[in-house]
Write a protein that binds this ligand. Structure first.
Ligand code: ZN
Length: 149
């Protein structure tokens, strides 16, 4: 179990040091800023959404390793998903991050973040990108600022 924990930690560090989709998306037709005042995490999400499908997604910003890794992993998962699928994954992710319970078949690589439920302050760091993405996708406004508070 300790070995597994180390693997998970190294995956989080890897994503935070070398985040995926860390760039401005020129084709973005929707942007959203997310801010976690407790930790100071700040992200900008860029999404290209067509016919309810997230065709492309990227991000910029600064924050702790957890928020950066969570955003990086989220972008790799949401690319190509419909808004309804994204909402469904978010609901399961939110349950996992708050309780530590998850189904590995459903969570896949998101499971590396399951251990965070033990650190309530960090839950906001991990959930920030999801909160920002889902609220933006549901919003009429194409550019908006969201906070975890
Ligand atoms: Zn943070």
């Amino acid at each position: 179990m300790d070995e597994l924990r180390e693997l998970y930690q190294s995956l989080i560090l890897d994503h935070s040091r070398h985040p995926h989709n860390f760039k401005v998306l020129d084709s973005a037709n929707r942007t959203a800023d997310g801010y976690n005042p407790l930790c100071g995490d700040q992200i900008t999400l860029y999404m290209n959404v067509e016919n309810d499908v997230i065709k492309d997604i990227s991000f910029q910003g600064q924050g702790c390793a957890i928020s950066k890794a969570s955003t990086s992993i989220m972008t790799t998962i949401l690319k190509g998903k419909t808004i309804a699928e994204a909402q469904s994954i978010f609901n399961k992710f939110q349950h996992m991050i708050k309780t530590g319970e998850y189904d590995i078949d459903q969570m896949g690589k998101l499971a590396v973040l399951a251990g965070i439920h033990k650190y309530p302050v960090r839950v906001k760091c991990a959930i920030l990108p999801w909160h920002t993405a889902i609220n933006s996708l549901k919003s009429e406004d194409k550019a908006k600022i969201f906070s975890t508070e």
